[in-house]
Ligand binder design. Structure first.
Ligand code: AMP
Length: 402
């Protein structure tokens, strides 16, 4: 069974075609600059050379058509016909309180996703364009939707409510939703497999740290708290996002600097975090290199990033009254041994002991970075949100339990 996984943005679209017999990726790629005159399709068929095509792609229906043309192309295609794709799975950022798990697309589901446009105005409308584009190009093909928020729907009220007037929750659904749920779900499942322990018996703290970053407290396989909130701005310090700050800073700065809502929003989302503190870059690689060359601002950015992450790990260990494993994933978590060392060496009181050699190793496989004697384990588990989307799509189209 072949499943096409799609992550549609407003001007870009990423795809992966899976063969679910062995969960191998037959092809992957992306369409960039949709709606502009020189749109770029980059197609990477497994075992063949990458292909790039530049043309005018004005909307998502044409983008999907180009992707399908690539997939069945005589030279760089990987399947004989479009009918070889049995189902399509979409990544959807916001599922609100309605979607607690992945579902098959129906007209009711589409209506609900539209109702959530307000909560994710940049993302959900683009995802809907992706769904409509598949319908136009592949009528009758089952589609599934997998939400970034769904995994965190198990959070109790104590975690998801904010201590503000309740009317804001009732009227406007102001609450913690959390994001990166597909990644937290995937890596916690893989970590339990790696540890050969039933997930029901484990307390884990998963740290998805890439450009965006969030932690989750996962008890018995269920998210009980997560650091991102109503939007992906809350929580950890990130590449360009501030994470937690005193909310009173917002009106104070707006007043002092005469900023509009949009300006202050942009400041906190695009001009803060590691970029602002280092004054250099939002990229952990560049910040670490500058720090090693003696740059004081880069060192401060690194230290603040580590400090804030350690505080969340401590908080979640307290929230669960214990922790068995801490899992690092995403761009920074998977690749920065310096960051992992700084974090793990700073929380030894929890029962962790870093194995320097294991931490320095580079691998695409899940692995432990603490010593055999370490009571609490630290693991690196490469995330794979697309594979989880493909798995859920497969299960839903086969009537299997998620
Ligand atoms: P992601 O959003 O998961 O793709 O993560 C992207 C981030 O991962 C980049 O901004 C980099 O800061 C970070 N990253 C990628 N490779 C490395 C590396 N080798 N060392 C440190 N950070 C890295």
């Amino acid at each position: 069974m072949r499943i096409l996984v799609i992550n549609a943005g407003s001007s870009s679209l990423k795809y992966q075609l899976y063969d679910m017999a062995d969960e191998s990726v037959l092809a992957s790629g992306r369409v960039e600059r949709i709606g502009m005159d020189s749109s770029i399709v980059t197609h990477e068929p497994a075992g063949k050379a990458e292909v790039r095509d530049v043309s005018e792609i004005l909307e998502h229906t044409t983008a999907i058509k180009r992707v399908l043309d690539m997939l069945i192309h005589k030279q760089h295609g990987v399947i004989a016909s479009i009918e070889d794709i049995q189902a399509v799975g979409h990544r959807i950022v916001h599922g609100g309180e309605v979607f607690k798990s992945s579902v098959l697309v129906t007209s009711e589901v589409k209506l609900e996703i539209r109702r959530l446009f307000d909560l994710a105005p940049l993302h959900n409308p683009a995802h809907m364009m992706g769904i409509a584009a598949v319908e136009a190009n592949m009528p009758g093909t089952p589609q599934a939707v997998v939400f970034d928020t769904a995994f965190h729907q198990t959070m109790p009220e104590t975690s998801y409510l904010y201590p503000i007037p309740k009317v804001l929750y009732r009227r406007h659904k102001v609450r913690r939703y959390g994001f990166h749920g597909t990644s937290h779900a995937y890596v916690s499942e893989m970590a339990a497999r790696y540890l050969s322990q039933p997930i029901d018996s484990l307390k884990m703290i998963t740290c998805h740290i890439g450009n965006g970053a969030s932690c989750a407290a996962i008890r018995g396989g269920e998210s009980i708290d997560t650091s991102m909130g109503m939007t992906p701005l809350e929580g950890l310090m990130m590449g360009t996002r501030s994470g937690d700050i005193d909310p009173a800073i917002v009106p104070y700065v707006m007043n002092k600097e005469d900023l509009t809502i949009n300006e202050v929003n942009s400041m906190l989302n695009k001009h803060s975090g590691m970029l602002a503190v280092s004054g250099l870059s939002s990229d952990m690689r560049e910040v670490t290199e500058a720090m090693e060359e003696g740059d004081k601002h880069a060192a401060l950015a690194f230290d603040m990033y580590v400090y804030r992450l350690k505080k969340y790990i401590g908080a979640y260990a307290a929230a669960m009254n214990g922790v068995d494993a801490i899992v690092f994933t995403a761009g920074v978590g998977e690749n920065s041994s310096a960051l992992r060392k700084a974090v793990v060496d700073g929380i030894t009181f929890l029962g962790l002991e870093l194995d320097e050699e294991r931490n320095a190793l580079r691998s695409k496989e899940a692995r432990e970075i603490t010593t055999d004697a370490s009571r609490v384990k630290a693991l690196v588990v490469p995330t794979n949100e697309e594979l989880l989307i493909a798995r859920d799509t497969y299960k839903l189209t086969h009537g299997q339990k998620l």
